[in-house]
Design a binder for this molecule. Structure first.
Ligand code: HPA
Length: 246
């Protein structure tokens, strides 16, 4: 049984280093996950892969069924989740192609189903979210990147925006004043839902572009895709190093 899940983001709808064994279609009390769960082995370790935006990358960030995704993973016995996510770099060290392991997050999203503690689960529950990411898993990611010789930033605050549009330059200035070092559209409610289910969850952010108003060139999908291709090659190498360490 897989205790490890990898949630793939934009640029990672398939995990080439996963030797696929079977696909599992699951229904949850919250609806369907973004895709069937793909079970297999990476470096001999049992793992499950779930592309957040669907197999054909058709589900935009604000329409991802985050609750179904996390619930499905917990239901099949997953304990640890490595969430891969494309971001825009705000802080100067967040250059395109670089990997970053955030240690904090600020939620700017709205209108998303963001908790399991509503109807159905009784009682008022306030999870401790002081440290939003699982430090044990984050440390392994940091150590793994160092061992694999991958350029990575070992901290940072992830600003989670609603999307699907990119931000204005003024919005990015505000995010920076708030202390955000990177900006993405999927970190929330995903990380909070993982905590509600007691999953050990950490993000591997892949910088796809300099955030709006920060780079020399205009934001283009071509440049973003190019940077993501390079970044995702690093992610695959990172996973090969990290998974045997878990
Ligand atoms: N902003 C928000 N989300 C993103 C970006 C960005 O600049 N790049 C990749 N995902």
């Amino acid at each position: 049984m897989a205790e490890l899940a990898i949630i793939g983001g934009t640029g990672l709808t398939q995990l080439k280093n996963l030797e696929i064994e079977r696909r599992e279609v699951l229904q949850t009390p919250y609806g369907e996950p973004s895709s069937p769960l793909t079970h297999g082995r990476i470096c001999g370790v049992q793992a499950v892969f779930l592309p957040r935006h669907g197999t054909a990358h058709t589900i935009p960030p604000h329409l991802v069924n985050y609750r179904a995704n996390l619930w499905a993973l917990q239901y099949i016995g997953v304990k640890k989740v490595i969430a891969v996510a494309a971001v825009g770099g705000i802080r100067s060290d967040m250059a395109p192609g670089v990997l970053a392991f955030p240690d904090q997050i600020i939620d700017y999203t709205y209108g998303r189903e963001h908790t399991f503690f509503g109807e159905g689960r009784s009682g008022v529950t306030h999870i401790d979210f002081t440290e939003p990411y699982c430090e044990a898993l984050r440390s392994v990611l940091i150590e793994g990147a160092a061992r694999a010789g991958i350029e990575a930033v070992d901290n940072g605050t992830y600003g989670a925006t609603q999307g699907p549009r990119l931000e204005t330059a003024a919005e990015v200035n505000r995010l920076e004043r708030d202390g955000c070092s990177m900006v993405g559209m999927t970190g929330m409610p995903e990380s909070a839902l993982a905590r509600e289910l007691d999953l050990c969850y950490a993000t591997c952010a892949v910088v796809a572009n300099r955030a709006a108003g920060r780079g020399d060139e205009a934001l283009s999908m071509e440049a973003i895709e190019r940077n993501l291709r390079e970044g995702m090659a690093r992610v695959r190498k990172l996973l090969e190093t990290v998974i045997p360490m878990l």
